[in-house]
Design a protein around this ligand. Structure first.
Ligand code: ZN
Length: 132
């Protein structure tokens, strides 16, 4: 399976669900023992690699293993980009993409490099004015 928005926990129906609630729900289900760790810690290998190499370490403890800090990884999806998106490594790169024509969406994913927990942290449209 190649990496894409569908590989990210919580990103299956963008805009339709509140992914913060979805995240809380997943964490709660795991703590109650209704979900196994492998069901919530299923980060795609590509996502784990990106987290280690270009991710931005946050101050948030992993909600699952509580052993490591979550790392934020940003992906942009849009016209003329690969279907698996482009992993953003700098703010400069993000600004350059926002100047292109067409609508680009950015997905910020939290990843735990230790246990491979992953969840959508936020999503936004890079250039809403240009798509109108
Ligand atoms: Zn973890």
């Amino acid at each position: 399976m190649s990496f894409g928005p569908g590989s990210i926990q919580g990103a299956t129906s963008p805009g339709e669900i509140d992914y913060r609630l979805a995240r809380q729900h997943l964490v709660a289900e795991f703590r109650r023992g209704r979900l196994a760790q492998h069901e919530v810690c299923d980060a795609h290998p590509e996502l784990v690699r990106a987290a280690r190499e270009v991710g931005e370490t946050s101050r948030i403890d992993c909600p699952i293993c509580e052993d490591d800090k979550l790392v934020l990884v940003s992906y942009v999806f849009g016209p003329r980009l690969p279907s698996y998106g482009r992993c953003i490594t700098s703010a400069k790169e993000l600004k350059a993409l926002a100047r292109r024509s067409g609508e680009f969406s950015c997905y910020v994913v939290e990843v735990c490099p230790s246990c491979h927990w992953n969840h959508l942290a936020r999503t936004f449209v890079l250039n809403p004015a240009r798509s109108a």
